[in-house]
Design a protein around this ligand. Structure first.
Ligand SMILES: C[S@@+](CC[C@H](N)C(=O)[O-])C[C@H]1O[C@@H](n2cnc3c(N)ncnc32)[C@H](O)[C@@H]1O
Length: 218
């Protein structure tokens, strides 16, 4: 019998404000894409030809909205499982009249595996992934060799994998995992810059150093 996959998240409750609920109900049909095991056609998805960036685990979506608004010539596939977070990003899409984001509410590993065409992404963003600090939970960390290989295959030549964390040992794990992936090489900068989020500020308050890691597919 096969075991269920080990997921990098636990679905949690958390506050789902009225504004987020309304945005979720009204805007998900417009800006959301249902998970399905078939590759997306970016041109049909966004209605134009443009570089596509995928973000894994956008949280409440502040960074996603800010980056997408600042880069209108780039399209963003934003992936998150947490319902209030999806509502929050949809609300920001509406408030900012942001046209270049599509949202998928599903396990990002499966979305990347099944919906994202190989060699098609200009960048992948993984900002402050859940640190799973206890040793017995390390197996839940998103960045593992098999996921790194999957993500690398989805990058276009020259595409950048940009990850950030304030957990020193997770930064070391990511560095080792990405450096060990044959399709990736270290890079000096990201595709676009990363504005700070609440996780970044929290890390700084706790005195954690924030590490941004950049790798590219040659
Ligand atoms: C610590 S939060 C960081 C959120 C955001 N990137 C930021 O910097 O504010 C990590 C987020 O990743 C999401 N997440 C973890 N694993 C995921 C997966 N496999 N697919 C989609 N989302 C995931 C969690 O639900 C959570 O919202």
């Amino acid at each position: 019998m096969s075991h269920p996959p080990i997921r990098s998240y636990v679905l949690r409750q958390g506050r789902f404000s009225r504004g987020q609920q309304r945005a979720y109900a009204e805007l998900l049909p417009r800006f959301g894409l249902a998970y399905r095991a078939a590759p997306l056609d970016w041109r049909a998805t966004f209605g134009r030809e443009a570089p596509v960036v995928a973000e894994v685990g956008f949280g409440m979506g502040e960074t996603t909205a800010e980056i997408a608004a600042a880069n209108p010539a780039i399209d963003y596939l934003a992936i998150e499982v947490h319902t209030p977070g999806v509502g929050s990003l949809l609300k920001q899409i509406e408030q900012g009249a942001i046209a270049n984001i599509r949202v998928v509410q599903h396990d990002a590993v499966e979305v990347m595996r099944d919906m994202v065409p190989a060699g098609s992404l200009a960048a992948i963003h993984i900002f402050f992934p859940d640190p799973w600090p206890k040793k017995r939970h390390h197996k839940r960390r998103l960045v593992q060799p098999d996921v790194a290989a999957l993500l690398a295959r989805k990058l276009a030549p020259g595409g950048v994998l940009h990850a950030a964390t304030d957990w020193a040992d997770y930064a070391e794990q990511m560095q080792a995992v990405f450096a060990g992936e044959p399709l990736l090489e270290p890079a000096a900068i990201g595709f676009t810059s990363r504005p700070p989020t609440k996780f970044a500020s929290r890390g700084q308050r706790l005195g954690h150093a924030i590490r941004d890691l950049y790798f590219r597919r040659p």
